[in-house]
Design a protein around this ligand. Structure first.
Ligand code: GAR
Length: 225
């Protein structure tokens, strides 16, 4: 099996990157993480990748001071050098130009910590708490020109509990991110993802059954009928 060569783009901690590396350690996984690329030299995820023998590169966005085209040209050079076919954004906190997005159309995925289209952008967990939503979660999507926009590949939902803080909710969502992202990247790398009218179809994917309600309709103390 030829595995698709993937670059994971990070800006910081890299826990989703670590989840992708762990999945790709299985030779049966359809993607090989051939490069971890960061726009910050101090991204903690770089050391984790290097310790596992994964090639790393840094293209410092700060060095380009508003020259987004120059920054992206430098990134493209690294991606070409490593013969990359698919990009997985994993906490990569730079907005990409329409030209870059167009060049990688259908081959670039992102993970976002909300159930898109709710709460694009930053501080998703605080905003979910403030809005009082009872279900929150994460989304893996193909990247299109808008920030945190694009056809949705997969979502995972978690309950929001009355006792939640931003930190506890973030942790519950992050655990789901680490399960969802490797699965979604595998579908893309295996060529199972297609688009029909802007909507993703995944060949031979198992749809979830059942439902998640929060609070539970049959909560203790609720009188019947
Ligand atoms: C993750 O929660 C990811 O979903 C989010 O940044 C975090 C990175 O953590 N991405 C975005 O908000 C993109 N809009 P990580 O570096 O530990 O993977």
């Amino acid at each position: 099996m030829t595995r698709a060569r993937v670059a994971v783009l990070i800006s910081g901690r890299g826990s989703n990157m670590a989840a992708l590396l762990a999945a790709a350690a299985d030779p049966a996984y359809p993607a090989e993480i051939a490069l971890v690329l960061s726009n910050r030299a101090d991204a903690a995820g770089l050391a984790h990748a290097a310790a596992r023998g994964v090639p790393t590169a840094v293209v410092e966005s700060r060095a380009f001071r508003g020259d987004r085209q120059g920054f992206e040209a430098a990134m493209e050079a690294e991606l070409a050098r490593h013969d990359i076919r698919i990009l997985a954004l994993a906490g990569f906190m730079r907005v990409l130009t329409a030209g870059f997005v167009a060049r990688w159309e259908g081959r670039m995925v992102n993970i976002h910590p909300s159930l898109l289209p709710a709460f694009p952008g930053l501080d998703t967990h605080a905003r979910a708490l403030a809005a009082g939503v009872r279900l929150h979660g994460c989304t893996v999507h193909l990247v299109s020109a808008g920030v945190d926009e694009g056809p949705i590949l997969a979502q995972a939902a978690v309950p929001v509990l009355d006792s939640d803080t931003e930190g506890s909710l973030a942790a519950r969502v992050l655990a789901e991110e680490h399960r969802l992202y490797p699965a979604a990247l595998a579908w893309l790398a295996a060529g199972r993802v297609s688009l029909a009218g802007g909507v993703v179809r995944i060949a031979d994917a198992r749809g979830a059954t059942g439902s998640l309600a929060n609070p539970l309709p049959a909560a203790p103390g609720l009188s019947k009928g």
